[in-house]
Design a protein around this ligand. Sequence first.
Ligand code: OAD
Ligand code: ZN
Length: 314
Amino acid sequence: RAKLVKYNTIDDAVYLLKKSRNIVVLTGAGISTSLGIPDFRSKETGLYSQLERLGLGINDPQEVFNIDIFRDDPTIFYSVAKDILPDTKGLYSPTHAFIAELQNMDKLLTNYSQNIDNIEANAGIKPEKLVQCHGSFATATCQKCGHKVQGDEIFADIKAGNIPRCTKCISTLRANGSMKRKRSYNKSTGKRSRRRSSDDDDDDGQYDIPTAGVMKPDITFFGEELPDEFSQRLVKHDRDIVDLVVVIGTSLKVAPVSEVVPYLPPHIPQIYISRTPVSHINFDIDLLGDCDVIVAELCRRAGWDLKHDMVDPN
Ligand code: OAD
Ligand code: ZN
């Protein structure tokens, strides 16, 4: 269906932002790079090229987030997990402030974020306005028994580079008396001793409890379903009332989030803000460059006060 009005320019974007009341903002890693958090696919600086340089014994750095590989060998993920754990410094970028500003003006329908850095909360974006499409570190789940815990319960293990194990599996094993006992050799006395393996740090610093489930943060891996909330909200809540889509700082390479824009009714105007243009989706308005600079200019032209200082990550 042809659009009645053709929008192209930054002033068209300002016009749309001012008149719209139900804006869907779809974000990716590019909105956090000004805080020093790498995105995934930028050459040189992106996490994937960093991982490629590390050579983790995998073909494709995306395999770090592949669920089959994780089930096979969680050490690959846990060797990088400490570097992607969100820190709690409370920082946020001008782009996060912009989204919060839309919320405060009652214009934000939903922020669909692919980010797992939880920075939306720092900027004051309300949980009811936010869908964390790729989950978050807020909770973690045992891959064996499904036991869920608060994410911070496994942060110490993640930071230490250990593989977190399920406390419920461990206590079940203990209760059943099936905890593996291990003979270990005491170097000083030369005697063999019998120790409960739970007290026994083996070579890789892990508990010797190979049958207890591995905990995985509830971030969405390749091969896993997105949280139900994603499609529920998009289909049942947003699709019929959205009046503007603003996509910021994402390469739109990962489905199903990449399908959000084509899924929405074609007459809904769409704006794309990023350093790198995309060719597989046609936006009405492309605003190419640093997103913090672009949103600041949009606000200036709209006469809105963007309450944020530019952040210098250095
Ligand atoms: P990408 O790294 O694929 O894309 C980030 C985009 O933001 C790129 O187009 C950059 O050019 C752009 N960008 C970076 N910094 C910017 C800035 N300061 N201003 C404007 N643009 C900037 O990251 P995502 O699209 O978020 O999923 O990646 C999507 C998913 O792929 C992630 O959620 C993650 C990853 O694999 C999982 O791990 C499941
Ligand atoms: Zn378990």
